[in-house]
Design a protein around this ligand. Structure first.
Ligand code: XMP
Length: 485
């Protein structure tokens, strides 16, 4: 019985164990399509997520990720209310249709209008009487108003160009441009003001053509919840979150499965559950009708799970085993943890992932919440595992090892990663590397990379040969940072 365990022992592969074999290509890297499925219902133009970790994803990171085509998952090491505020912040960042419109009425004195405009940084205000739209007043109307004009009704434009609530962004853009106006109030059939579209928001939108947006044009955002925190999930959904990630170190656990079953009944938005690393975990979760699977037990740069608990599956094998089953069920797989270079992303897709999740590579960017520091004259940002002592003490004790009242068994470390500038610069390099890998593989899209690529196993000498060698590197390109320098 014990001997069998070794006779049938399987081999598991991770990023550095393999390379992808080049294939004849009929496509140039610049022409490949990197878009891919994140969940059953969400597709990303850039299939990269930022991890729900307290040194990685809060509102600023989520906004940047969504603007450049990916998605941020807001961590849960905070109260539900705090997390809701961050989701709200992302959702409001670029809402094309403003719903809680600031208004004035015809009798509002002009100095009051002036101070509203100044304090709220608004250039124009719809004028309503009752709830009906009766005019619009802009900063210029006020600036050029005679001294004897006292109230809004004295200066407002009453022939307002407005539109119905069902207008599309394209139609709204056309109206704004044709009439050279900056604000387009939206009214219902009874003439009541129900929303506002501004030219400024449309310009911002055009600056980010790859952005991940919901039907209303707002940036999409995801948030993590604990496996038993159904109330948090319900409240986040009410706030408009687009995807819930059930965030636990071991999702293949009967109590977690039962809770996910309940959560599924209560949650309408896409539900991603993890982490897992085996086919049988995927079978049990897909049976509960989840929309995506997060794969990775112990590959993370800050993880000590494999060392402390002796558990894990090398990441590429874990991804391929889960994807082998999930693919047939139409459920996408997120490869989470262990990605250090863009080449690892190419390998993760080739192993079967539909998207990848990164912690360390984003922790060093301006948009992460971690603290900046200088070590030996070089800039770093703090980064820590959610199972590290620091994170557990702040509250994240249900993901990893709380064994007693105040006793923890940490499964992560705390440290610092090199500063990397803006998220979009990191994403640019990662997507560039992915496209290059697809070019060598002859894959015109992610599906072809997933289905047609082939790995070759390498030795330690092969790995040594792969990295720069026999040179003292003096200049690091942004996509190859050596931590030991
Ligand atoms: P990278 O390699 O991108 O990995 O930094 C990020 C992923 O690591 C997981 N994570 C942890 N795993 N102990 C663990 O075993 C921890 O303390 C820990 N914190 C985060 C998580 O899946 C994340 O997305």
């Amino acid at each position: 019985m014990f001997e069998d365990k070794f006779q049938k022992v399987k081999e598991g592969f991770t990023f550095d164990d393999v390379l992808l074999i080049p294939f004849k290509a009929f496509v140039e890297p610049r022409d490949v399509d990197v878009s891919s499925r994140l969940t059953r219902n969400i597709r990303l133009r850039v299939p990269i997520l930022s991890s729900p970790m307290d040194t990685v994803t809060e509102a600023e990171m989520a906004i940047a990720m969504a603007r450049y085509g990916g998605m941020g998952v807001i961590h849960r090491n905070m109260s539900t209310n705090e997390q809701i505020l961050l989701v709200r912040q992302v959702k409001r960042e670029e809402s094309i249709i403003i719903r809680d419109v600031h208004t004035v009425d015809p009798d509002t004195p002009l100095d009051v209008v002036r101070s509203i405009m100044k304090n709220k940084h608004i250039g124009g205000l719809p004028v309503v009487s009752g709830e009906k739209l009766v005019g619009i007043v802009t900063k210029r109307d006020i600036e050029f108003a005679d001294k004897h004009k006292k109230t809004v009704s004295d200066i407002m434009v009453s022939k307002v160009i407005s539109a119905g609530d069902d207008i599309t962004i394209e139609q709204a853009t056309e109206i704004l441009f044709k009439n050279r106006i900056e604000k387009l109030p939206l009214v219902d059939k009874k003439g009541r003001l129900v929303g506002l579209i501004t030219a400024k928001d449309i310009f911002t939108r055009e600056k980010f053509p790859d952005a991940t947006r919901d039907e209303e044009g707002k940036l999409m955002v995801s948030a993590a919840v604990g496996p038993f925190d159904i109330d948090r999930a319900i409240n986040l959904e009410k706030e408009g979150v687009d995807m819930i990630v059930v965030d636990t170190a071991h999702a293949h656990n009967q109590n977690v499965l039962e809770s996910v079953k309940k959560m599924r009944k209560n949650i309408g938005v896409d539900l991603v559950v993890g982490n897992i690393a085996t086919r049988s975990a995927a079978e049990d979760l897909i049976a509960l009708d989840v929309d995506g699977l997060r794969v990775g037990i112990g590959p993370g740069s800050i993880c000590t799970t494999r060392i402390i608990a002796g558990i894990g599956v090398p990441q590429l094998t874990a991804v391929s085993e889960v994807a082998e089953y999930a693919d047939g069920q139409g459920v996408p797989v997120i490869s989470d943890g262990g990605i250090r270079y863009s080449g690892d992303i190419v390998k993760a897709f080739a192993a079967g992932a539909n998207s990848v999740m990164l912690g360390s590579l984003f922790a060093g960017t301006d948009e992460s919440p971690g603290a900046e520091m200088i070590i030996n004259g070089r800039k770093y940002k703090s980064y820590r595992g959610m199972g590290s002592i620091g994170a557990i003490q702040k509250g994240a004790s249900d993901r990893y090892g709380k064994l007693g009242q105040n006793k923890f068994v940490a499964e992560g470390v705390e440290g610092a990663v090199p500063y990397r500038g803006k998220v979009h610069e990191v994403l640019f390099q990662l997507v560039g590397g992915l496209k290059s890998g697809m070019g060598y593989s002859g894959a015109k899209d992610i599906e072809e990379l997933r289905k047609n690529s082939r790995f070759i196993r390498i030795t330690t000498n092969g790995l040594k040969e792969s990295h720069p060698h026999d040179i003292r590197v003096l200049t690091e390109p942004p996509n190859y940072q050596n931590y030991e320098l």
